[in-house]
Design a binder for this molecule. Structure first.
Ligand SMILES: *Cc1c(COP(=O)(O)O)cnc(C)c1O
Length: 452
């Protein structure tokens, strides 16, 4: 009974997989926020290094992983793949359940897979400083770790309310040498404008993005980095699924269903795209399911149209499933899933019915996470609990139908910094939150962005 399927260092993939090459319908182009005309790669040059812009628009199927990046990956990669015998037993299901564990990275989630790559390309192009925003702190800590390795300064705009509520993530970032500011700050025009109106503003991800982008746009040696949504970020994360495919082969198995939680789409893309390749290339029928919160259901209840990536409306318009850029999700405890839109590639795949999506309520997710922790030991990040809720539902269906399916899911991070969320759950303080149809219609009605 092999519980853990491991790979050797030399089995870390040498290329990332770019699914755009295999998509039957290619993603629609981004549009200029003011003229609403398609923009070329040059428009992104003030914010990102050229190599990442090339990857963003690339149609090459395979993108080489630089040796220096693979060297850093060796700190925690290849990550283990587990057979969840404990969970299978607890559910008394005929289904076989496997999970890929990304919580073994230095910052505890999948995010360093792209942070290291992004910091590397910035270093190669002489960038001195990278700015970014962070909500709960997972992205900020991954980027702080990565920048430190390549001698780049890292400046993180952390939403003020999280800065005060989640001090440990901030201290992690400081340990890796990053400067962390409680946003809104008085260091940027965007921040000063908000503080002028409300000196006690708790901040928001939208404001923090505006501050980080403004800093990067106004200094040649400074660039900006994003931890999800963009095509190059999704591509970097495919290292997860490429390893998992080799590990499943070693286990003599192939999944019928692949599941991952969904915020902007990077960890879902990471585990599922290498399996979707088998559907697109060989006609296999592996179902890939993205799991989102019922309180922020862009995939299951949003609209496919052009929308801004940020709240303020500074970014290019992207063709995506969205709830509207003014949408403010309820303060649920899965901070990483509170984003109004979905990445462009994943949105097109969903539109074309090549992937599926499920929404789960918060209490169902924590119940699933606690059941998983008791059966398997690892305490999942609250985001990951959404994927686990889908897995448990599918495994229960196997039991009812008397069929055996093989299910693989991405345990994208551990929850060791999220004890207050678990505490609230145990004390009965977590509330269900489901959006009404009227709320969604109202948020979408505010948009004057192009429909598709
Ligand atoms: C950031 C984050 C997410 C959500 O982002 P995706 O781009 O959708 O992966 C989910 N889980 C964890 C642990 C995260 O840190």
């Amino acid at each position: 009974m092999t519980r853990k399927i491991l790979l050797e260092e030399h089995e870390i993939p040498e290329q990332w997989y770019n699914i755009v090459a295999d998509m039957p319908n290619k993603p629609l182009p981004p549009l200029h926020p003011a003229t609403k005309q398609p923009i070329g790669p040059d428009a992104l040059a003030p914010l990102f290094p050229m190599e990442l812009i090339k990857q963003e628009v690339s149609t090459d199927k395979w993108i080489p992983i630089p040796e220096e990046v693979r060297e850093v990956y060796k700190i925690w990669r290849p990550t283990p793949l587990y057979r969840a015998y404990g969970l299978e037993k607890a559910l008394d299901t005929p289904a076989k359940i496997y999970y890929k564990y990304e919580g073994v990275s230095p910052s505890g989630s999948h995010k360093p897979n792209t942070a290291v790559a992004q910091a590397y390309y910035n270093m190669k192009e002489g960038v001195k400083r990278i700015t970014t925003e962070t909500g709960a702190g997972q992205w900020g800590s991954a980027l702080s770790f990565a920048c430190q390795l390549f001698g780049i300064e890292c400046e993180v705009y952390m939403v003020k309310i999280s800065y005060h509520q989640k001090p440990y993530r901030k201290i992690m970032m400081n340990t890796w040498g990053a400067k962390v500011f409680a946003s809104p700050t008085d260091l940027t025009q965007a921040g000063r404008q908000i503080l002028g109106k409300d000196p006690n503003s708790p901040g928001s991800l939208g404001i923090a993005i505006s501050e980080a982008v403004e800093r990067a746009a106004s200094d040649d040696a400074t660039k900006y980095a994003l931890g999800s949504v963009l095509n190059h970020v999704l591509t970097h994360q495919t290292v997860i699924g490429l390893e998992a495919l080799t590990q499943m082969e070693k286990a003599g198995d192939l999944p019928d269903i692949v599941v991952a939680p969904f915020g902007g789409g990077s960890n879902f893309a990471g585990i599922s795209f290498p399996f979707l390749r088998l559907n697109l290339e060989e006609g296999k029928k592996i179902r890939c399911i993205a799991s989102e919160p019922a309180s922020c259901p862009k995939l299951t209840r949003g609209e496919f149209r052009y929308d801004f990536g940020d709240t303020v409306g500074m970014t290019p318009l992207l063709p995506m499933f969205t709830l509207g850029h003014n949408f403010v999700p309820a303060p649920i405890h899965a901070g990483g899933l509170r984003y109004h839109g979905a990445g462009v590639i994943v949105s097109q795949l969903l539109k074309d019915q090549l992937i599926e999506a499920r929404a789960h309520h918060q209490l169902e997710c924590f119940e699933a996470g606690v059941q998983f922790a008791k059966a398997e030991g690892i305490i999942p990040a609250p985001e990951a609990n959404h994927g686990i809720a889908t897995v448990i539902a599918e495994a229960k269906r196997c039991k009812e139908e008397g069929t055996s399916k093989t299910i693989l899911f991405n345990l994208c991070g551990h929850g060791n910094f999220d004890m207050s969320a678990y505490e609230n759950y145990f004390e009965g303080k977590l509330q269900e939150h489901e959006l009404t149809k009227e709320e969604i219609t109202a948020s979408l009605a505010e948009l004057d962005t192009p429909t598709i």
